[in-house]
Design a protein around this ligand. Structure first.
Ligand SMILES: Cc1cc2nc3c(=O)[nH]c(=O)nc-3n(C[C@H](O)[C@H](O)[C@H](O)COP(=O)(O)OP(=O)(O)OC[C@H]3O[C@@H](n4cnc5c(N)ncnc54)[C@H](O)[C@@H]3O)c2cc1C
Length: 634
């Protein structure tokens, strides 16, 4: 655990003594900006502590009829509008979104979906907002990114969460009139590591404004943004002779002199997004444009992303539905070797994977979105799991969809159309889908984030004991606290609490899976505890070990969400066997993955892999790079 002491000073509870200065700085920055408190319960967090809390997800939340009607109405308007006005393949080719589409979105107030009604927005719930993004993403990935970069990470969300009344009054109504926003954190040297930020904001002597200088990379919507949030370094705080770096969030408006678009970036997919390298040359920004206060920028970014991340799973759900539609049609239509290809076992197993994975992606996404609406739950772990699970699953889904479509999957929609076939855009969908494993936290960073959050309750009781620089008295006290905690907690992890819970209202098959999740959460908690004992301070570096625990937790969460959703659907329509079939199939596959993840914790090649990687980086395998025309000369 990292704590804020009484004078607001931050105390790092991770041993950084053996880390490089750069890594220690990055660690300090990440730790001091994460949400420290757990004010509400976390279902997924409980799984890592051997606390299975099904009451937090069962009954699976259903959208209330009034809220659903609002979403239905908007979807009914938006779908035909998109069909009539937007050709996703043309958009992909020309890299431009037609003005009539942008204007239509303004008319429908789609730039103000999450803005409260008092500021003239639509005031949509998270579920309805995600339904809209899902529909758009099912049709055109680029267009979905325009909307989501604006609303999930752009100005509306942080302003809604942390803006002052004056800031909200000033900027929020503009989104209903079509203002577009962006979020600028990344720099050429700042990818996953914001501690390396160089964009600076220097306060004027009277403190009335700041002068901003620097370069921001890959800023989505940046080239067209009316308003953007920019993260910049402000002067460090001096505490006890130590400099504490400060990152601050500023709202910039496009009219401010000194904002220069250096380059519009082009990508493999989502080719019609407006994404740029933007330079800030002495941009004068009033101090009142700071959101949340000086030095709170990263905290703002991380908190915004805790719900902002839910848009991406929703987009994956939209694309996944499109995949189902494609493979159902093609699996029936295409006949080879005397059978529709969907009836050859090698393809039908892919169809089962696609259908059950889609069911699980939806279960995870709508559960977490509903939790965000309901409040009273800490969803930072669930949202990150939803992002990780859905972006990885969607990539596998589009890959299998391409395989099922064969050569036609690899052919562009335009070429298919040119020779008289249906322009099914699997090739574009695949290009559009790949970015999801990189943006809003790469899959690797999601693993680290989840591991850190999952370990937090353990660190709260055990961290101080491991900090060798602390006074002996404090460490002794920590030791007593730890002994007290683990002497009660650890034996409980050996009691199979699932024996007391039968989950029979899930039906026999799903009850077994709920039981498994219950039981396995104890196994997960025990194993994490054992690894903490074994690796102690070095556990933080064992990314593969931590990553497998995170994957087990994520699979357990997906299993529980899937069973809960299947139960809801079956309760509503008792004669319908399909939801339970899909949940059962998904869970059986998930259990196999979980068992192999556990097995790999003791039987793996991690250290050998590390050696090979070190050798590769050190040039030991340069001889394998012979006889090619190198694209990366050095
Ligand atoms: C199309 C697109 C749109 C984007 N939109 C925006 C935007 O609107 N605003 C914005 O601010 N940024 C945006 N980004 C930036 C995006 O968020 C970053 O690309 C992402 O954070 C990763 O940074 P990076 O690419 O520099 O990778 P790096 O951080 O350099 O990482 C490279 C690789 O190393 C891995 N890695 C890094 N650190 C670790 C570690 N500690 N442990 C293990 N593995 C690690 C990463 O997972 C990755 O696989 C966008 C990027 C793209 C391509």
């Amino acid at each position: 655990m990292s704590t804020e002491t009484k004078d607001g000073d931050f105390e790092l509870k991770i041993d950084t003594s053996k880390m490089s200065t750069e890594k220690a700085q990055a660690m300090h920055m990440a730790e001091s900006n994460r949400e420290l408190k757990w004010e509400n319960p976390s279902f997924a967090g409980g799984l890592f502590m051997g606390r299975f809390l099904p009451d937090l997800i069962v009954p699976y939340p259903e959208q209330n009829p009034e809220d659903k009607a609002v979403g239905d109405k908007l979807l009914a308007e938006l779908g035909p509008f998109l069909k009539a006005n937007l050709d996703p393949d043309e958009v992909d080719r020309t890299r431009e979104l037609p003005k009539k589409v942008l204007d239509g979105f303004t008319k429908m107030k789609l730039w103000a979906m999450k803005i409260p009604k008092e500021y003239n927005g639509l005031g949509l719930s998270q579920v309805n907002y995600n339904r809209i993004v899902s529909l758009v993403a099912s049709y055109c990935g680029s267009t979905a990114v325009w909307l989501s970069a604006h609303q999930s990470i752009g100005v509306p969300q942080p302003l809604k969460m942390f803006g002052t009344d004056a800031q909200k009054k000033k900027w929020l109504p503009r989104f209903a009139e079509g203002a577009i926003s962006a979020f600028a954190l990344t720099e050429p040297d700042v990818g996953s590591d914001p501690a390396k930020m160089t964009t600076s904001a220097t306060p004027s002597p009277d403190g009335s404004h700041y002068i901003l200088n620097g370069l921001k990379l890959w800023c989505t919507n940046g080239p067209v943004a009316d308003i953007m949030v920019v993260m910049a370094k402000t002067p460090p705080l001096l505490k006890k002779g130590r400099e504490i770096p400060q990152i601050t969030a500023f709202v910039l408006e496009k009219e401010m002199p000194g904002i220069e678009l250096v380059h519009r970036c082009d990508f493999m997919g989502i080719r019609a997004i407006q994404n740029g390298l933007i330079r800030f040359n002495n941009v004068k920004v009033p101090a009142e444009n700071i959101i949340l206060g000086p030095g709170k920028g990263l905290k703002l970014a991380l908190s915004t992303l805790n719900t902002g991340r839910l848009t991406l799973p929703a987009a994956a759900v939209g694309m996944g539905k499109q995949c189902l539609n494609i493979v159902r049609n093609w699996g029936n239509e295409r006949v080879q070797w005397g059978l529709p290809i969907g009836k050859h076992e090698a393809i039908s197993s892919k169809l089962a994977f696609l259908t059950s994975t889609q069911f699980a992606m939806e279960a995870v996404t709508w559960l977490t979105s509903a939790m965000a609406d309901k409040g009273g739950r800490d969803i930072r772990i669930e949202a990150a799991m939803a992002k990780l699970f859905c972006s990885e699953a969607a990539w596998r889904m589009i890959d299998e969809t391409m395989q099922i479509r064969g050569g036609r999957g690899y052919e562009t929609a335009e070429s298919l159309k040119g020779r008289g076939e249906k322009p099914v855009p699997v090739e574009r969908m695949m290009r559009d889908c790949r970015i999801n494993r990189i943006i809003e936290g790469t899959s690797e960073i999601m693993h680290l984030f989840l591991a850190r959050e999952a370990l937090d309750p353990h660190m709260e009781v055990a961290a101080e004991l491991m900090l060798k620089h602390l006074p002996l008295g404090r460490r002794l006290k920590a030791g007593i606290k730890m002994a007290n905690f683990y002497s009660k907690w650890y034996p409980q992890q050996w009691i199979n609490s699932s024996l007391f819970h039968v989950y029979s209202d899930f039906g026999p098959k799903l009850a077994r899976h709920m039981n498994y999740v219950d039981r396995t959460s104890h196994q997960l908690a025990r194993n994490i505890f054992h690894s903490m004992g074994m690796y102690q301070n070095t556990l933080e570096r064992r990314q593969m070990i931590l990553g497998r625990y995170v994957d087990v937790g994520t699979e357990l969460f997906a299993m529980a969400a899937t069973c809960a959703r299947a139960k809801l659907l079956t309760d509503k329509e008792p004669g319908n066997p399909h939801p339970a079939h899909l949940a059962n199939f998904f869970c059986k596959e998930a259990i196999r993955r979980i068992e192999s993840l556990f097995a790999a914790q003791n039987d793996n090649d991690d250290s050998q892999a590390n050696k090979i990687a070190k050798g590769l980086l050190g040039g030991d395998y340069r001889w394998m790079e012979n006889d090619i025309l190198k694209c990366y000369e050095n």
